[in-house]
Design a binder for this molecule. Structure first.
Ligand code: DX5
Ligand code: ZN
Length: 224
């Protein structure tokens, strides 16, 4: 039996009542809170920074999973760590010295994650996987919530799951973008452990039911 973690993405929250919305997800049974940080350079949108993480941190027990869609993310590792982030995930495409950045995250006391855009092959992590707690497979082009799932990313999830098994590693595979009750089963079947969902959870008045549906899909997954 396979178990998955569910990580609502606050990009789809109502920012005028952010804490209330976060607590709604916590009550509904979320495992993690996925925080989408965008700088208007790496992606064509701007969202939030360490101040918001710092403000939410004392009011939620959720694991704070911070997805940095920013250029030169190393500049902000100490600030997000101080703000209470549990995991910092940087984009491979945004780091010239990826190995050094991962080491910086680890030294700052956070778990380490690397995200791959839909067009980035998993092989870029060939010499890095050993030092990662999580690999994030982007299943939409990062920047916005509510986009359609890109199905070619399923093969990438499978490939990463295979690499993990071959090398006897234990990093989590997270999938982000276009995850809903229609797409979640194939992602879980491909090998995902952490499902990020924005619009499918915040945009639903029964998020607990949707989370439950995701978990049921994992429970019925026989190949893992
Ligand atoms: C996209 C973000 C995602 C986004 C997912 O750039 O990284 O976390 O919020 O939103 P949905 O689930 O609506 O595709
Ligand atoms: Zn994200």
């Amino acid at each position: 039996m396979k178990t998955i973690k569910v990580a609502p993405s606050i990009l789809s929250a109502d920012f005028a009542s952010l804490l209330e919305d976060v607590q709604r997800m916590e009550k509904a049974g979320a495992d993690w809170l996925h925080v989408d940080v965008m700088d208007g350079h790496f992606v064509p949108n701007i969202t939030l920074g360490p101040l918001i993480v710092e403000a939410l941190h004392p009011h939620t027990g959720l694991f704070l999973d911070v997805h940095l869609m920013i250029e030169r993310p190393e500049r902000f590792i100490p600030a997000f760590s101080r703000a209470g982030a549990d995991l910092l995930c940087v984009h491979a495409e945004a780091c010239v010295h990826l190995n050094r950045v991962i080491q910086m995250i680890r030294d700052a006391g956070c778990q380490t994650g690397v995200a791959l855009n839909p067009a980035t092959p998993p092989g870029v992590l060939d010499y890095t996987l050993e030092s990662l707690d999580l690999v994030l497979v982007m299943s939409v082009n990062p920047g916005f919530a509510g986009q359609n799932f890109i199905s070619s990313t399923l093969a990438k999830i499978e490939k990463l799951a295979g690499m993990r098994e071959e090398r006897n590693l234990d990093f989590l595979i997270q999938v982000d973008g276009g995850i809903n009750e229609q797409t979640a089963a194939s992602v879980i079947q491909a090998g995902a452990d952490v499902l990020v969902a924005g619009s499918a959870l915040f945009g639903n008045d029964q998020p607990a039911r949707v989370m439950q549906a995701f978990r049921e899909m994992a429970r019925h997954e026989k190949n893992v």
